[in-house]
Design a protein around this ligand. Structure first.
Ligand SMILES: CC(C)(COP(=O)(O)OP(=O)(O)OC[C@H]1O[C@@H](n2cnc3c(N)ncnc32)[C@H](O)[C@@H]1OP(=O)(O)O)[C@@H](O)C(=O)NCCC(=O)NCCS
Length: 173
């Protein structure tokens, strides 16, 4: 198809797209995870593969300019709860909406699966992630000391899909 308005030979940048995971993505996703998180928080290839291939899990991959630029892994838990296992965006591709588009895919899926609540854990010192999640209406509800390793605490953050139940407090414990 011709690209009208562009010099001959030039190609428009394909738009970012979010698509379901394919098995052949695993090595690249593992490589991205290694660069996104420090040792102790990043997953080994086996761990990441185990999470992605769990029966109740789904993974979406973002491609930008034809390259994998990020991914999100989520799983369904009992009682209408979904869990964001990880969301990773390649460093040079951040702040252009890729993380948001990936979360949108996971949250839409959770809604279709009739979940009422999403939750996740994030490192206490990962302020960027906390701001990212807060911008998407996640709230800190529990601080877990030594969650990742001794001295590496996590925040549990939650988002209600629809209205929060009566008596729900936004105050962190
Ligand atoms: C957290 C992460 C997934 C965000 O991805 P992203 O593609 O940059 O996010 P988006 O561009 O969709 O950002 C949406 C909004 O979140 C907030 N946000 C995102 N990154 C932020 C940062 N570093 N500091 C402050 N706010 C931030 C902003 O409100 C942003 O909107 P804006 O750019 O219009 O201001 C990405 O930084 C990342 O992969 N980090 C390393 C891995 C990680 O920490 N994952 C999450 C923990 S499990």
């Amino acid at each position: 198809m011709p690209c009208f308005g562009l010099p001959l030979g030039a190609r428009a940048s394909p738009p970012m797209r979010v698509r379901p995971y394919r098995r052949s993505d695993l090595p690249k996703l593992h490589q991205i995870d290694q660069t996104c998180f420090p040792p102790g928080i990043s997953y080994s290839r086996d761990e990441l593969g185990r999470f992605i291939h769990m029966k109740n899990a789904r993974t979406w991959v973002a491609e930008e300019q034809g390259e994998i630029a990020g991914f999100v892994v989520a799983d369904l838990q009992p009682h209408g709860v979904a869990h964001i296992i990880t969301v990773d965006v390649v460093e040079g591709r951040r702040r252009i909406g890729i993380g948001g588009a990936l979360m949108e895919a996971a949250e839409s899926w959770a809604r279709r699966e009739r979940c009422r609540l999403l939750y996740l854990e994030t490192a206490e010192d990962n302020l960027a992630a906390q701001e990212f999640y807060e911008a998407r209406d996640y709230t800190k509800v529990e601080h877990i000391p030594d969650y990742y390793s001794p001295g590496q605490a996590a925040w549990v953050m939650v988002k209600w899909l629809g209205s929060a139940p009566e008596g729900w407090s936004r105050r962190a414990r």
